[in-house]
Design a protein around this ligand. Sequence first.
Ligand code: NCD
Length: 305
Amino acid sequence: MRHLMSPLDFSVEELDKLLDLASDIEANPKKYAHACDGKKLATLFYEPSTRTRLSHEAAMLNLGGSIMGFSSAESSSAAKGESVSDTIRTISCYADICAMRHPKEGAPMVACQHSSIPVINAGDGGHQHPTQTLTDLMTIRSLKGHLGNMTIGLCGDLKFGRTVHSLINALVRYPGMKFVLISPEELRLPGYIRHDVLEKNHVPYEEVVRLEDALPDLDLLYMTRVQKERFFNEEDYVRMKDFYILDAKKMKLAKDDMYVLHPLPRVNEISTEVDDDPRAAYFKQMQYGVYVRMALILTLLEIEV
Ligand code: NCD
């Protein structure tokens, strides 16, 4: 039985296969409409979510399966003090696969050790968010036609942003990647990722503070929200929250084919005036999230269509 804890749980070949499957689902949705008849997905969300929880649910419904779950710790027995390991033992009796989001790093990993059904990490604290990475890879591949050989700017909260951490882990395995890490000093990418992931894999990167300085060289810009819920005090968040605002004027500095991605939710970091720019890809990105999660559910349940 397989789980998805990190994008590295799949080899590059397996990822390619999964993305091919997601593209086939996009092109032929009817073919997959009953692939999961009789199967159940449980979503165990101990942290807020709109896209990740509902796109997992939409994915299972599109495959003919059914869904159950909770959308906050307060509405589950976690509020009574139940452990993650006891909760997953319970869910294993009810569902065939589950997606778990938790504020504590490593909680889905604990769950998979006590689970008899596949567990998908739907975001664990500031650590990883592998299904967002699958979404991002499908988006990049669909827009650019390939993965690798590009300069990607990652902008915003690189310290707490789990989507960025997972995406870097996945992308360093493709040739010709270069990263520009755009953040204020206090929100720099953690040292363990700079050293153990980028430097160990000999992937070139530079760190800059000003978005304007980076924009002209980028093939792709990945914007992120300052992660309010991971700050220790409100003052620091307030000081950081509007550090970057991508607007139409800044977009003029970028290449004509520099797509803008964002895992969403957006707060102020992308002005709504950018939404109509043909390079704004963040709404398309969330649509891809449904197809990759359909492909992921089929893969983990070992269902072939
Ligand atoms: C991201 C997350 O939860 O980490 N959202 C998402 O799943 N699309 C990004 C964020 O909350 O900023």
